[in-house]
Structure formats: structure tokens, C-alpha cells
Design a protein around this ligand. Structure first.
Ligand SMILES: *[C@@H]1O[C@H](CO)[C@@H](O)[C@H](O)[C@H]1NC(C)=O
Ligand SMILES: *[C@@H]1O[C@H](CO)[C@@H](O)[C@H](O)[C@H]1NC(C)=O
Ligand SMILES: *[C@@H]1O[C@H](CO)[C@@H](O)[C@H](O)[C@H]1NC(C)=O
Ligand SMILES: *[C@@H]1O[C@H](CO)[C@@H](O)[C@H](O)[C@H]1NC(C)=O
Length: 318
């Protein structure tokens, strides 16, 4: 982000699940933290820079009842984060469910955050065990000026204190990248975020973000779900994690930060297609997407096909 943009940051709160609420200024602490780089803009919302962790290739994120361990390919523990009772206030709660934190730039800024998304909650007894989505990497935006764009399908537990997501990004994210498109897998658990090294992908490339429940094991009253997130045929994006919560919400989303105008976005639409969702009992559940979009800034999200076999939702840029 350019220093001019950084200085021009201000923050506003918008209504839950809608972007039509009236904005009101919030905590300058958050704003100062962003300026000082103590908070960074991840696909799961704003997080302290100290809570962001690179997962080495072949490593995994293992969740026990007391802590989250980052384990390398040889089984060595790289980092341990204790489970906190309270989730960091800039978590996915705010990004998606509670009053949504958005960030704007003066003047004529676009609202930041989740500007167009659809979600579906699995209420079947059998948990989601597979979720894939195919998209074509867009052309570069006409204007490149420090914007950060994220497109992804993601899975979230009922507690909303985690998200697993294979993410296409444009711009420099806390994981890396630059003024090009790149893919990585991300996992937020509690207050910590884990990611794989972003891998550059060319405009026009067709990519598929795939999340697979490898297995689940139950011991006492705790079930551990072992998941993998990866872009097909891009093994460096593979991230394996374990969690003790079922992932119940499926999302298709466009998230943006530091965008001053439409020319800093791709043009036309991105089709989130070949959406496949399977539950652990092998069924394709009935999926009906609920749509949330920032109409004020001109974002559109249209459900072309509900259902969990080759479904499609199209995101259109202003
Ligand atoms: C379940 O998956 C994990 C992670 O891939 C693996 O370590 C474990 O051996 C598997 N357990 C069973 C019972 O297959
Ligand atoms: C799980 O079992 C343990 C021991 O039986 C008990 O202390 C704990 O409260 C249980 N947890 C839940 C969530 O039921
Ligand atoms: C998708 O499902 C939603 C919710 O039931 C419904 O409002 C919408 O009309 C459906 N769209 C299509 C294209 O079937
Ligand atoms: C959801 O969509 C399916 C078709 O995919 C339809 O049969 C079902 O009635 C819909 N359910 C709701 C609650 O809209």
C-alpha cells in the first residue's frame, strides 16, 4: 500500500451481513495499528502481524485441546499458540457476521472487506467433507496502486473462529506476493493465521481450489477433523490442518482492501464455477446460496446455479 493511501485510511463499521448500514467512526487504535503495520490485511480479516505464520512445505497445523502446533515436514514443532478463550476482536466474526469492519480511503474510496459473497450452512447431520470451486485468473486491473484483492472459496465452523481457504490474491498480502496474481492456502484458527508461500499464476489460467476432509477420528467426546486445502496441480499450495470443529459454512467470496476506484479491480465478472460440495456420507447436499454484496459500490453477485454439483455464482466488478 502506498504511504499516501496508508495515511488516508479511516475506518467505519457497517451493519451485520449487509453493507447498507450507516457508517460510524471506530477505534483509532485499530487505525493506528494498521498504519504502524501491527495489523495486517489477511483474507480472514485484520490480524496482528505476530499471529501470522508461514507453513513450511510439507508442514501441517495441528490443533489439540490446549494449543495449535505448527509442525514441519520432519515432525518438529515450529510454533505453538495456546488456545485463547477470547478470539481477537479483528477476527472473522467481524469480517462476516458481527458488525462488519470495513476500511475506506478518502476520497471516493471503495469499502474494504468482504464486498461480494455467498454462503450456505450445512444443517445435515453429516459434515461437509469436500468443497471445490473453479475460476479463471482475471486480467490485471487497469490501475495498479497498492490494492489487495482476494478471491476464494472457504469453510468456516459454527463458532466463526476459523476459516480454511484456498485463496487467489492480487497485490502484496501478509503472505507475500506483489503486483501479480498468486495462489496460497490459508487457515485461521482462534487468533492465529497460517499460510503457504504464494505461487504466481498467469491471467487466463483455470484454477481449482479444493478442500478435502482426509479423515476424522473420534476420541471420547472430541472429534478431530483432518483437512487439506490445495489448488489442483499446484502442490506448493497444499496445507494440511486438523481441527476439533466441523466446518459448516461454505463461502464464495471477493474481499478487497485499499481500492480507490473501479480501475483498480478486474473488469467484467469472475465465475466461481464447478462448485462441488459433498458430505461425509457421500451425498451431494441441497445447496442454496445466500447472497451479500456491496451494492453501493456497484458489486454484483448472481447465483447462476444452486446445488452442490457443478454449481456457479458469478461476481461482477463495478
Ligand atoms: C488421518 O489423516 C491424518 C492426516 O493426514 C493422518 O496422519 C492419519 O494417519 C489418518 N488417520 C487414519 C485413521 O487414517
Ligand atoms: C468431554 O468429556 C470430558 C470428560 O468426560 C468432560 O469433562 C467435558 O466437559 C466434555 N466436554 C464436552 C464439550 O462435552
Ligand atoms: C438459489 O437459492 C436461493 C435461496 O433458496 C434462491 O433465492 C434463488 O432464487 C436460487 N437461485 C437459482 C438460480 O436457483
Ligand atoms: C434448495 O434447493 C433445492 C434444489 O437444489 C430445492 O429442492 C430446495 O427446495 C431448496 N431449499 C430451500 C430451503 O430453499
Amino acid at each position: 500500500m502506498s504511504s499516501i493511501k496508508r495515511r488516508a485510511f479511516y475506518l467505519a463499521i457497517f451493519g451485520a451481513q449487509t453493507f447498507f448500514g450507516l457508517c460510524s467512526p471506530i477505534s483509532t487504535a485499530t487505525s493506528n495499528d494498521l498504519e504502524a503495520g501491527r495489523l495486517v490485511m489477511t483474507p480472514a480479516g485484520l490480524f496482528p502481524v505476530s499471529n501470522i505464520h508461514l507453513v513450511p512445505e510439507g508442514g501441517r497445523v495441528h490443533h489439540t485441546s490446549k494449543a495449535v502446533h505448527l509442525v514441519d515436514a520432519d515432525g518438529g514443532i515450529v510454533h505453538t499458540a495456546p488456545i485463547e478463550d477470547t478470539v481477537h476482536p479483528t477476527s472473522i466474526h467481524q469480517a462476516l457476521r458481527l458488525p462488519t469492519l470495513t476500511y475506506s480511503i478518502i476520497p471516493r474510496a471503495f469499502n474494504s472487506g468482504y464486498v461480494a459473497y455467498s454462503y450456505w450452512r450445512n444443517t445435515n447431520p453429516s459434515p461437509i467433507s469436500f468443497f471445490s470451486t473453479t475460476l479463471t485468473v482475471p486480467l490485471f486491473p487497469a490501475t495498479i496502486d497498492g490494492q489487495l484483492l482476494y478471491l476464494f472459496n472457504g469453510l468456516i465452523p459454527n463458532s466463526f473462529d476459523g476459516i480454511l481457504q484456498p485463496v487467489l490474491q492480487f497485490g502484496s498480502s501478509p503472505a507475500g506476493g506483489g503486483n501479480y496474481w498468486a495462489v496460497a492456502s490459508w487457515y485461521l484458527v482462534n487468533s492465529n493465521i497460517y499460510f503457504t508461500t504464494p505461487k504466481q499464476v498467469d491471467s487466463g489460467k483455470v484454477i481449482t481450489g479444493v478442500m478435502t476432509l482426509t479423515n476424522s477420528t473420534t476420541s471420547g467426546n472430541t472429534t478431530t477433523y483432518n483437512w487439506n486445502s490445495v489448488f489442483s496441480n499446484l502442490p506448493s499450495t497444499s496445507l494440511s490442518i486438523s481441527t476439533t470443529e466441523a466446518l459448516t459454512y461454505a463461502y464464495e467470496a471477493l474481499e478487497i482492501y485499499s481500492v480507490s476506484g473501479a480501475s483498480e479491480l478486474p473488469r467484467g465478472s469472475t465465475k466461481m464455477s464447478s462448485i462441488n460440495i459433498v458430505t461425509q456420507d457421500g451425498r451431494h447436499p441441497n445447496v442454496n446460496w445466500t447472497v451479500v454484496k456491496d451494492k453501493v459500490d456497484g458489486f454484483e453477485l448472481v447465483v447462476v446455479k444452486n446445488g452442490s454439483t457443478n454449481g456457479e455464482v458469478d461476481i461482477t466488478y463495478p
